[in-house]
Design a protein around this ligand. Structure first.
Ligand code: MN
Length: 203
C-alpha cells in the first residue's frame, strides 16, 4: 500500500487572510505530493519497509538502509510533518488554548505569551529551511526547538506536539522575506483541539 497525501480538512482558501489560497494549493498539492511520490519511489526496492507507517519509518530512521536513508529522512519527514501541519490548523482557529495543553504551557513556559515569543523567536532564527516545534522531549519535559530541512523531532526521540513550517514555500507569496510576520499571524489559525489530542497521544 503506497503512501498517500491526506486530503486537506478544509478549503484551500479557508485560512485566509493569514495563509492565502495559492500558498495552500501549491503547498498541499505540489510540495506535500512530491514528498509522498519520492518516499514511495525510495521504498520500491525494499518491500519489507512498505508496510511501516510513515511515523515508524521516521522513528527508525537510523535502521533504514544506507542507500535510501537520506531520501526517507527528507521525504518521509516531509510526509509526516505536513500530515500533522494541515490538521493542527483550522479556519477561525487561534485564541487561547484550553484543556491540558493550556496547563502544560503555563507550567513549562510561564504564560502563553512567553511560549509564543520563544516559539516565534526560535522559528525566526532557524537558518534556512526547517521547522519550529513544541515537543515533549526524551526527558518528558515540554521544550521548543527547531529542526533543519524536513527533519522531525521523532528522529531524535522527542514527541512533536505541534510545529510550524518555516520553509519559504510556506509563506513567501504573501509575506516575502518577513518570516517573523508569518510566524506571528500563524497563531490565528492554530487548532488547539487537535493539539490537545496530540498532547494526549504522546503520553
Ligand atoms: Mn512545507
Amino acid at each position: 500500500m503506497a503512501h498517500e497525501v491526506p486530503p486537506l480538512p478544509y478549503d484551500y482558501a479557508a485560512l485566509e487572510p493569514y495563509i492565502d489560497a495559492q500558498t495552500m494549493t501549491l503547498h498541499h498539492d505540489k510540495h506535500h505530493a512530491t514528498y509522498v511520490t519520492n518516499l514511495n519511489n525510495a521504498l520500491q526496492k525494499y518491500p519489507q519497509l512498505q508496510n511501516k507507517s510513515p511515523e515508524e519509518l521516521i522513528r527508525g530512521i537510523k535502521s533504514v538502509p544506507d542507500d535510501i536513508r537520506t531520501a526517507v529522512r527528507n521525504n518521509g519527514g516531509g510526509h509526516v510533518n505536513h500530515s500533522m501541519f494541515w490538521k493542527i490548523m483550522k479556519p477561525k482557529g487561534g485564541g487561547a488554548p484550553t484543556g491540558k495543553i493550556a496547563d502544560e504551557i503555563k507550567s513549562a513556559f510561564g504564560s502563553l505569551e512567553d511560549f509564543q515569543k520563544l516559539f516565534n523567536d526560535t522559528g525566526t532564527k532557524q537558518f534556512g529551511s526547517g521547522w519550529v516545534w513544541l515537543v515533549r522531549n526524551s526527558g518528558g519535559k515540554l521544550q521548543v526547538l527547531s529542526t533543519p530541512n524536513q527533519d522531525n523531532p521523532m528522529m531524535d526521540g522527542h514527541y512533536p506536539i505541534m510545529g510550524n513550517d518555516v520553509w519559504e514555500h510556506a509563506y513567501y507569496l504573501k509575506y516575502q522575506n518577513k518570516r517573523a510576520d508569518y510566524l506571528a499571524a500563524w497563531w490565528n489559525v492554530v487548532n488547539w483541539d487537535e493539539i490537545n489530542k496530540r498532547l494526549q497521544a504522546g503520553k
